[in-house]
Design a protein around this ligand. Sequence first.
Ligand SMILES: [Zn+2]
Length: 235
Amino acid sequence: MKNDILNLIHLHELDQEISILNDKLRILPREINNLDASVQKFIEEINSKKNLIEKVQETRRKLEIEIDILNDKKNKYKEQIKSIKTNKEYTALLQEINIQDNAIRAVEDEIIEKMEIIENLQGEINEIQAQFDHEKEIIQAQKNELLKEKEHIEYTLAQKKQQRKETKDLLPVPLLQRYLNIARFRNGSAMAEVRDEICLSCNVRLRPQLWEDLKRMEDLLMCESCHKLLYVKDN
Ligand SMILES: [Zn+2]
């Protein structure tokens, strides 16, 4: 019986280890995705600012066309001035030219304003790009680390599963069945270690007789409080 109990303890420990490895393996893809998302966020931020620059550039081009139109008008008035006869006509044309000049200046101010916006956006892009260049390497290193960890866990998990199978095959079927049944109702954990007479699963102190029986390892005993199979290590 003692050997069976030792094998059962081994099976229990393997099951606990497999469960922890599976939990880690479930979390890893999410962590890797988060890293990918942080790279994506940089790219999106840069693209959105580039799009904004493109829109402002378009407005700027329209304003330049507007200036051309205003200049054409102004030049036409200047041509007309050459063939003017009266002072009144002359004053009127000068006034028109003046109006065009003011309009041109106003549009020019707008263009300067747009150019400043573009310059500021370009500055912001450069800053984000510099930060991205710096962090890209860190993120990539973290990602490589996680991928390596994943590979290592997968390898260990396969080993543990193989060991589990071998250990399982050593156990008498009724004992294994009992273990599996309890595990099913106890969140995958069928056994509880006892240290200093206390069940580590429910923290209840064992009756002295139960403690004495347990140390002899002659029979598989159950915690009277949490109903898991009890064991002591290094007994
Ligand atoms: Zn217990």
